[in-house]
Write a protein that binds this ligand. Structure first.
Ligand code: PTJ
Length: 260
């Protein structure tokens, strides 16, 4: 559908079209549309722009990835459909691999998501070669199938917009998990070492810029950034931000309709 430029919600509608198109191409699962709607609702609450606390979360995330022995970015249908180009840029700058790992897994769908990443310029995409498949025993659903060379052996895993139980399983395996989730109350958000409460559409390109800057920083500086970050406090800050914003709107900042 062509979105009229003058539409007051044009940007949001364009992003919706990407997800819908992704679903028609079998990149996005049907449930991915529902997940997107939930994300949109939380994005409204933070004002559909990146708050300062998210910049701090994104900075800590990049520092943690740069300090990792082996980091990996897990890719699902939504993220592939929304920002594969920026995701590939991020992986390149950080010298990490992408691994396709789907909740609604089918070999055919994995191959389609892989192709989408390849078209965006990705090389070495993991999660598609049965020779390297292994399983995370704690998980009962199809995300349990992971790549020995990727998620299974990585110490730091970035999981943009995710369902919760894998994060718990990965933490129990001793791994560090970074997530991007607009819902600060989700199990993934609570269980991650670093939660970025921001829309992936903004977060990934912003993380590319942060990575360009931090890449040349010393190990000491990166360690300090990570040690100063407290995910629990950071989630509390994001909730305070939302409450304050809603309060300000309720107390008078809410836009009034002007009918000419
Ligand atoms: O492609 P698959 O098969 O791996 O399936 C992917 C989905 C997303 C369907 C699957 O992981 C799922 O069901 O996820 P959930 O449990 O719905 O959780 C998705 C979370 O992402 C929710 O907390 C949303 O608020 C959040 N979210 C949705 N869109 C965005 C987002 N967070 C950041 N940016 C978004 N654009």
């Amino acid at each position: 559908m062509k979105i009229p430029n003058g539409h007051p919600r044009a940007e949001s509608l364009r992003v919706r079209e990407l997800i819908i198109e992704g679903m028609h191409q079998d990149i996005v699962a049907k449930a991915g549309l529902i997940a997107h709607g939930r994300g949109e609702a939380f994005d409204y609450l933070i004002g559909e722009k990146t708050p300062l606390f998210a910049i701090e979360q994104q900075t800590a995330a990049i520092a943690m990835i740069l300090l990792a022995k082996k980091a990996i970015i897990s890719v699902n249908g939504n993220i592939a459909s929304l920002c594969s180009e920026d995701l590939v840029k991020l992986a390149d700058i950080l010298s990490v691999n992408l691994e396709v790992n789907l909740f609604y897994r089918r070999e055919e769908r994995s191959a389609i998501v892989t192709k989408k990443l390849q078209e965006a310029g990705a090389k070495n995409i993991l999660g598609n070669d049965p020779e390297f498949y292994t399983t995370i025993e704690e998980l009962s659903h199809s995300r349990r199938v992971v790549d020995k060379r990727g998620i299974f052996s990585a110490d730091v895993i970035l999981v943009p917009l995710e369902d919760g139980d894998r994060t718990m399983a990965l933490r129990r395996m001793g791994k560090k998990v970074i997530t991007i989730d607009l819902n600060p109350l989700s199990r993934t958000s609570i269980w991650s070492n670093i939660t970025i409460v921001n829309n992936v559409i903004r977060a990934i390109p912003e993380m590319v810029s942060i990575a360009e800057k931090l890449k040349n920083e010393s190990k000491e500086v990166l360690i300090e950034i990570v040690e100063n970050f407290d995910n629990h406090k950071s989630l509390q800050e994001s909730l305070r931000y939302i409450s304050q914003r809603l309060n300000d709107l309720a107390e008078g900042e809410l836009e009034k309709p002007k009918v000419e």
